[in-house]
Design a protein around this ligand. Structure first.
Ligand SMILES: C[S@@+](CC[C@H](N)C(=O)[O-])C[C@H]1O[C@@H](n2cnc3c(N)ncnc32)[C@H](O)[C@@H]1O
Length: 150
């Protein structure tokens, strides 16, 4: 059974998924969602409706460099990789690589692995390390990180 999300009835949520979200969900994301459903912590995965919203925001912002904090099997990571340009980059941080490896074959098959740098670490220390790198100074990442650490 799908979660009801912010909607109050399961039927309405299912209707939206069936008529809008699932029909327009890219094939690699469908595949990743199916693979993630077999994981014992499947409920941690980003829902396809939330994913649709994130993808829209990435497009509106014209995002090229992003940071993914909390990867799990990679649903929101893959949707980001599909949304940003071919020379875009995602730093993906998770303290546990095992779940990422469940989704990795789908990410590789989708041809977007080259945009991803996976860091197995607790997020705060990885983000602090990024700020130490002068190459990130003044970049989209630097501005974003400093905003979030204020
Ligand atoms: C809700 S899941 C992320 C869902 C994912 N974005 C998706 O689309 O499926 C949360 C993830 O954050 C990771 N996590 C939790 N606390 C963390 C921390 N302090 N540093 C790094 N990763 C963390 C967990 O290992 C888990 O994989």
């Amino acid at each position: 059974m799908e979660p009801e999300s912010v909607l109050q009835t399961h039927d309405l949520y299912k209707y939206i998924l069936d008529t809008t979200v699932y029909p327009s969900e890219p094939e690699p994301l469908k595949e990743l969602r199916a693979v993630s459903a077999t994981h014992p912590n499947a409920m941690m995965s980003t829902g396809p409706d939330a994913g649709r919203m994130i993808q829209m925001l990435l497009k509106i912002a014209n995002a090229k460099k992003t940071i993914e904090v909390g990867v799990f099997t990679g649903y929101s990571l893959l949707l980001t990789a599909l949304a940003i340009p071919d020379d875009g980059k995602i730093v993906a941080i998770d303290m546990n690589r095992k779940a990422y490896e469940v989704g990795l074959p789908v990410i590789q098959k989708a041809g977007v692995e080259h945009k991803i740098e996976f860091i197995e670490s607790k997020a705060l220390s990885a983000l602090d390390k990024m700020l130490e790198n002068p190459d990130n100074e003044g970049s989209e990442w630097d501005r974003g990180l400093r905003q979030h650490t204020l």
